[in-house]
Write a protein that binds this ligand. Structure first.
Ligand SMILES: Nc1nc2c(c(=O)[nH]1)N[C@H]1C(S)=C(S)[C@@H](COP(=O)(O)OP(=O)(O)OC[C@H]3O[C@@H](n4cnc5c(=O)[nH]c(N)nc54)[C@H](O)[C@@H]3O)O[C@H]1N2
Ligand SMILES: Nc1nc2c(c(=O)[nH]1)N[C@H]1C(S)=C(S)[C@@H](COP(=O)(O)OP(=O)(O)OC[C@H]3O[C@@H](n4cnc5c(=O)[nH]c(N)nc54)[C@H](O)[C@@H]3O)O[C@H]1N2
Ligand code: SF4
Ligand SMILES: [Mo]
Length: 715
């Protein structure tokens, strides 16, 4: 029994939680930590459900091994022995490429994922590495990589000081923000409105749009055209200025030239917004005291994800808002940020290798998940026969999920590090569960690199874990793959990794530390604030390191040392956009995604408090489309795409624009062989059965989950 203060690891907002434990597992009470230096008491329904998640009887508490088609609980030694006995012969016979790894979203929210996963992947020695990033943010980090030199050098809106926020394809009042770590988005948006203006560009009048000053309902997938027209107008009307970035920008004239043909009049019909309105948006953006342009899922996971992501920063640069207070700034994280590492840094490049079957390019060492099934199902040299998944549910989260399901079913061996027996892990031969958020220490190594304020916060585990920590599990798997055996000395492997991190950073850890605290100590000491692990561990409510400041030009790691505004790898795709604009507009319906406040991608529907109310798997349709198609609210409709067909209840709402329908992802539970009673009772449908694995953002191969051609009819 007692009170502990921890950081919520469930989403990017990183709220501080106050956790009160009692004698029984169901006694855990969670609320916002009002003394937290960053979130000051803000919390959402997921955060307060952390106790229920911990108590969930369906959560795995022992390793499982599949014997004769049935999962049985085994000891950890048996589980690792099984991995060794089944995985190594595959590698020996078919080579390293015969193994693939997929890691999912929660790896971005854990110390194990941030500090130990890379060693395991390196040991596997395969280039068949996939992650949820290629159904998510890759176009943004790709564009940032070419503009600023490193994919982790992302310009973040200075939310607390900006006078004008142009928010495109994001719904932070529901998602709680992404690539913009900021608790209490509602409060922050309200404050911007009080100072100036918030404009939301979204095919749906979302909660965020409702809280904004203005909502611009674009047609899905047309953002790059809208953004180009804004750039065009700013140049044409002579409203451009580089501000603080003056002297640090290359390629400005190339962008000016490229923008010439994208007049507001040329794009208006395709975008679905009046030319006059586009010009007004451009003037207001350029004329604001300070402004920040920000884009999220609606801009990355669409057909022109890279161009849209690039143009967002082009706008920030040409309105003089890059690297200035109230504009977009580069965070200065306390630890582990590539752009604060001492010594020379190599400029980003991609396409260092291609996927075997479809020739899709590597980005940041990963291949696009849209081709995972191809690599498993297509025979030949280098065919994937074994798979490791870590915190991932691609059978629900990746497009053409039906084909992924089929592919995983045919694997020779699959091992999953996961906490549930779900749609993906049911295909595994071995499942290795990890501790809950209350049973493990935490520090948001990754997310503080995208934070609107510089913060450092450590959380100890609140309760002891009966399970090994995931970093230990990852090291044991690393040992197996390295040929050291299933009972390799984990402490020695950890020492080896710490020695590497120490050498790389030129730092020395405090004596007595091991595991994540030791690695964090090494990284903090190499960081810009002269902090140590002891400092962060002592600060119960976190350490506030202040608002974001200017970092140009030192933050850049491009070959030229400048912001490269017109990188060839990006502008090569402009031709495809021009071609699209020249085509007659296609009039059919398109499908987009949707998130609900009480959801967390595919995996929290088994918590009763989160599965209900407005968190429903319905297809949202505009009243005009519903009338035209003969659809009735509450009745079932069939959605059909090139790859699949599902049936979902209709929700008629004028919040969505005509021609667009939305279905949330993360549903489709109750599949045979899964273990999630609550989720299974209210299963919803798997929206990624409709996702098309051949619809991609061409430069990066990132999946298009927003703007899929779809047919809709009464079921
Ligand atoms: N149609 C459509 N598809 C989408 C999206 C969309 O908007 N529309 N969004 C995309 C985005 S942004 C993302 S990030 C992906 C997410 O894609 P994934 O990461 O593949 O899916 P998640 O649902 O986040 O699955 C997380 C998995 O980790 C497990 N897990 C949770 N916590 C832990 C833990 O502490 N340890 C371990 N070992 N396992 C844990 C869960 O049981 C679950 O299996 O989905 C993408 N797919
Ligand atoms: N409650 C909750 N919070 C979450 C998650 C969750 O599942 N549930 N998932 C987390 C994860 S992994 C991520 S990556 C973040 C995502 O965070 P966000 O990107 O903020 O969340 P989304 O709801 O996907 O917002 C995308 C918005 O883009 C709009 N949109 C769709 N197509 C287009 C288009 O072509 N153009 C434009 N301009 N807009 C378009 C959609 O209507 C939607 O409002 O959320 C995180 N937080
Ligand atoms: S907003 Fe995100 S970090 Fe904050 S309590 Fe909710 S899930 Fe946790
Ligand atoms: Mo995501």
């Amino acid at each position: 029994m007692g009170t502990a203060f921890i950081t919520c690891p469930l989403c990017e907002a990183t709220c501080g939680l106050e956790v009160v434990t009692g004698p029984e597992i169901h006694d855990i009470k969670v609320r916002g930590d009002k003394d937290d230096v960053f979130s000051q008491g803000y919390v959402c329904p997921k955060g307060t459900s952390i106790g229920a998640l911990h108590a969930d009887p369906d959560r795995l508490r022992a390793p499982l091994v599949k014997r004769d088609g049935e999962f049985v609980e085994v000891s950890w030694d048996e589980a690792f022995a099984e991995v060794e006995a089944r995985l190594l012969p595959i590698i020996k016979t078919y080579g390293a490429q015969s193994v693939a790894a997929y890691f999912g979203n929660p790896t971005a929210h854990s110390l194990a994922g941030a500090l130990y996963l890379r060693a395991l992947i390196k040991a596997l020695g395969t280039t068949n590495i996939f992650s949820a990033g290629s159904v998510d943010q890759i176009p943004k980090v790709f564009a940032s990589g070419y503009l600023f030199g490193d994919p982790a050098t992302v310009a973040i809106p200075d939310l607390d000081h900006t006078d004008h926020l142009l928010l495109i394809g994001g719904n932070p009042l529901v998602s709680n923000g992404s690539l913009m770590t900021a608790p209490d988005m509602r409060g922050r948006i309200k404050a911007i409105r009080e100072r100036g203006k918030v404009v939301v560009v979204d095919p749906v009048r979302t909660r965020t749009a409702e809280a904004a000053s203005e909502h611009v309902a674009v047609r899905p997938g047309s953002d790059a055209l809208l953004l180009f027209a804004l750039v065009h107008t700013i140049f044409e009307e002579g409203l451009d200025s580089l501000g603080a970035a003056e002297g640090h920008v290359a390629g400005l004239e190339d962008v000016r030239r490229l923008a010439v043909s994208f007049t507001p009049e040329a794009v208006a019909e395709t975008v679905g917004v009046d030319a006059g309105e586009i010009r007004r948006m451009a003037r207001e953006l350029a004329g604001a005291e300070s402004a920040a342009v920000y884009g999220r899922m609606g801009t990355t996971t669409q057909r022109f994800g890279t161009l849209a992501s690039w143009l967002i920063d082009v706008l920030n640069v040409i309105t003089g808002n890059l690297d200035r207070t109230g504009g977009v700034l580069f965070p200065l994280a306390a630890a582990g940020q590539p752009n604060t590492r001492p010594g020379p840094r190599k400029p980003f490049r991609h396409g260092r290798w291609l996927s075997r079957v479809r020739g899709l390019p590597e980005v940041m060492g990963e291949l696009p998940v849209v081709t995972l099934a191809d690599e498993i199902l297509t025979p030949g040299d280098g065919q994937v026969r074994a798979l490791l998944t870590v915190c991932g549910n691609p059978c629900v989260s990746a497009p053409n999920a039906g084909r992924i399901d089929e592919a995983l079913d045919g694997l020779e061996f699959m091992v999953s590090i996961d906490v549930y027996l779900n749609e993906t892990t049911r295909h595994a031969d071995v499942i290795l569960p990890g501790p809950t958020p209350l049973e493990r220490p935490h520090y948001d190594l990754l997310l503080y690199q995208y934070s609107v304020r510089n913060i450092a916060r450590w959380s100890d585990a609140v309760v002891d874990s009966p399970l090994p920590q995931e970093w230990e599990t990852m090291l044991r798997l690393t040992g197996i793959v390295m040929g050291l055996g299933a009972d390799a000395d984990v402490a020695a492997l950890d020492d080896g990794l710490a020695a590497q991190v120490a050498a790389l950073n030129g730092t020395e850890a405090a004596p007595g530390l091991t595991g994540p605290p030791r690695l964090l100590d090494l990284l903090l000491k190499a960081g810009p604030y002269d902090l140590t692990f002891a400092d962060v561990a002592a600060a119960q409510h976190g350490i506030d390191l202040g608002p974001l400041g200017q970092r140009l030009p030192d933050v850049l790691s491009t070959a030229s040392g400048k912001v490269e505004l017109a990188p060839p790898a990006i502008i090569a795709d402009v031709e495809r956009l021009s071609a699209e604009l020249a085509l007659p507009r296609r009039d059919g319906l398109v499908l987009i995604g949707r998130r609900h406040l009480r959801s967390n991608n595919s995996w929290m529907h088994n918590v009763a408090a989160l599965n209900g109310g407005s968190n429903t798997c319905t297809v949202q349709v505009h009243p005009d489309d519903a009338a035209r198609l003969g659809l009735v609210a509450g009745a079932d409709a069939r959605l059909t795409t090139r790859t699949g067909s599902v049936v979902a209840p209709v929700e008629v709402t004028d919040a969505i624009r005509t021609g667009v329908v939305s279905l949330p992802h993360g549903w489709g539970h109750g599949v045979p062989g899964t273990r999630a009673a609550v989720a299974g009772d209210r299963p919803g449908v798997n929206s990624n059965l409709l996702g098309d694995d051949h619809l991609v953002d061409v430069p990066t191969g990132t999946a298009v989950v927003n703007g899929i051609p779809v047919e809709l009819a009464p079921a």
